[in-house]
Write a protein that binds this ligand. Structure first.
Ligand code: FPP
Length: 257
């Protein structure tokens, strides 16, 4: 009975998508929560609250359709510049969501991790993060990364500092520094680079997100505001991705000269 109930909730892969051509890693900039709320005469925080539901549905859909990793930009190093009330609300929201969803993440075999400088987050949020990361660390399903107090430039700088320190102490030589070694010093060391970046609300910006890792990602930008981004829209994004010709800077040798 329970099994049927759960499976009836899972998303079947649409027939026009190929499982073998699904992106292994999807990254998402969840933009437009504030505008979604404003359009409805609601406070901005209501948009963030609805945004959590959208993220939960996307995570489940990614898992069901064979995406191995999802990374969501929840809070940037620049977001501290927002009104104190909104920042406080977001920190409390992250904490509450983690506490509330942990059981479900375990049931759905989700491994959660956080990327960013977590030391600046409220102590109680850091504790909740540690708990969720530890409890889900052996899960084998989708890897869900939450970028929190994350900045791409800050991430690159901290990697440079760590590598420079090793060079200074003689642990490595400057000529040992290559892309593979550099990637190992990023917060995302254990996951492949994103194949696809989705950004909602029509902005054509990267906003300091995964600057190194997005080097060869495909971009899908939609005018839809994040709270309205649903499975149908994700299906459109997957169709667009599967139609792309990814050459990674090379030429297709079957083409004429
Ligand atoms: C951008 O919209 C959204 C954010 C800065 C917050 C996103 C956070 C969530 C959806 C919650 C995720 C929760 C967990 C636990 C991962 P905006 O406020 O910039 O919208 P606007 O551009 O319309 O003002």
């Amino acid at each position: 009975m329970t099994a049927n109930f759960v499976s009836s909730l899972s998303n079947a892969l649409p027939s026009d998508l190929k499982r073998s051509r699904m992106p292994a890693h999807v990254a998402v900039i969840m933009d437009g929560n504030g505008r979604w709320a404003k359009q409805r005469g609601l406070p901005r925080i209501m948009g963030h609250r609805k945004g959590v539901d959208t993220l939960k549905k996307l995570l489940r859909c990614c898992r069901d359709w064979g995406v191995e990793a999802l990374t969501a930009y929840a809070f940037s190093t620049e977001n501290w510049g927002r009104p104190t009330g909104e920042v406080d609300f977001l920190m409390t929201l992250f904490e509450r969501v983690l506490r509330k969803e942990l059981r479900e993440m375990m049931a759905e075999d989700v491994r959660i991790q956080f990327v960013g400088d977590l030391t600046a987050l409220p102590e109680t949020l850091q504790q909740e993060i540690d708990r969720a990361v530890q409890e889900t660390q052996d899960n084998q399903g989708i890897c869900f990364s939450v970028a929190t107090n994350y900045g791409g430039r800050q991430e690159i700088l901290q990697a440079c500092r760590a590598i420079a320190q090793q060079a200074k102490s003689g642990q490595l030589q400057p000529e040992d520094i290559n892309e593979e070694l550099f990637s190992r010093h990023l917060y995302t060391a254990n996951i492949s680079d994103p194949d696809l970046l989705i950004r909602t609300s029509g902005e054509m910006r990267i906003s300091n997100f995964l600057l190194w890792q997005l080097a060869y990602a495909e971009f899908y930008i939609t005018d839809t505001l994040w709270p309205d981004f649903d499975t149908d829209e994700f299906h459109q994004a997957m169709k667009a991705f599967q139609a792309r010709d990814r050459r990674f800077g090379k030429v297709d040798e079957t083409e004429g000269e």
